[in-house]
Design a protein around this ligand. Sequence first.
Ligand code: CMC
Length: 430
Amino acid sequence: MATQKKATLTLDGKTVDFPVESGSIGPDVVDIRSLYGKTGAFTFDPGFLSTGSCKSAITYIDGDKGELLYRGYPIEQLAEHCDFLEVCQLLLTGELPNEEERKQFAGIIQNHTMVHEQLIRFYSGFRRDAHPMAVMVGVVGALSAFYHDAMDISDQQHRDISAYRLIAKMPTIVAMAYKYGIGQPFMYPRNDLDYTSNFMHMMFATPCETYKPNPVLTRALDRILILHADHEQNASTSTVRLAGSSGANPFACISAGIACLWGPAHGGANEACLKMLQEIGDVSRVGEYIKRAKDKNDTFKLMGFGHRVYKNFDPRAKLMRETCRDVLNELGLNDDPLFKLALALEKIALEDDYFIEKKLYPNVDFYSGIVQHALGIPTQLFTGIFALARTVGWIAQWNEMISDPEQKIGRPRQLYVGAPRRDVAPKGKA
Ligand code: CMC
């Protein structure tokens, strides 16, 4: 029988052992849950560089190899053989659906695409120039006020209904945020269309003109959704889990995830990356921007480069670059200056010592902005599309957490560096 691995820590002359656990793949973890009880000390790991926060069976990343698996399946195979709704089923249930299950799930999602008529009024409370992510944080959180019928988070059926509602309504909510911003009437969903074509219809049709989905472009958007569907314990997913650990309802938790995703170091990077490419403007200026990215005294970073986990090519970036070529080809934009600029920037950065030494490679956001731009999606909406796609990952992770018998409210500790105890001087006696 294999002996249990252990890690030994010596602190103030006292030696204590901690069990080491192995996952199905990936690095071992030292289980330090008993550390405080045994030693009176906490660990200190701001940014969670070496901390696993949960057990999960959903997504696996090998950052050194540049590998991403959803429920064990490589992202490349899923992007080639599956559509987004099949990937949603995989993430939610652990298995790819058979034909009957696929149709059944698509039918359920189609039946939940409309939002409550009263929710539509929320939009008019926002300024027309509001960022779509600001609108989404508010509107998705507001869903909590509409579904009292399924708010018991200890009931698996209630959790399932919330998952279906969120996955089905998110495209409607994102498209409405877009339509509101440009002053066009909202388009109701069309349940005769598949998930991604329906989203494009709600985005690009008007009451005066139907939108004819182009299969190459629809497939490209569907692929964007697949590539962004889940990514292990990233900042927004950890936010959803932490919010959910208190027992908060799923709509409130997903709204918290959207707020976190908005930041430029996370989901906001696709928007920031496209803006950066537009600002660079020409291949002749690439050197100047690479220099700035390397300058310690300059806050500028090469957007779409670098990743906390990938120290090799982000596999999603490779797929996104292919999709980018397909879309530009289909639209007759082979000479697209932004794409050419992105290729040149990527090449120069990958040959530069600074980027090689720090293992900074293009991430998914480097090319997704160009694809979305070519699809006619406005820059401000890029992160909204990311949120649409990531909703299934957030809800799968939230569900996994709630079903975990070991689940506890998330409550990190701290290294206090403020004033030690002191007394308030009584007034008039100072
Ligand atoms: N350009 C220039 N230098 C960089 C970059 C970059 N894009 N990314 C990291 N570095 C440097 C950084 O300054 C640091 O240098 P030093 O060791 O001298 O202090 C070193 O590389 C390590 O970086 P870090 O910031 O400590 O790494 P991190 O794991 O904390 O941050 C990151 C990862 C993604 C936030 C960061 O690489 C970044 O800000 N990239 C640009 C934004 C971006 O593209 N974000 C999208 C991430 S992928 C989509 C998603 O999951 O949301």
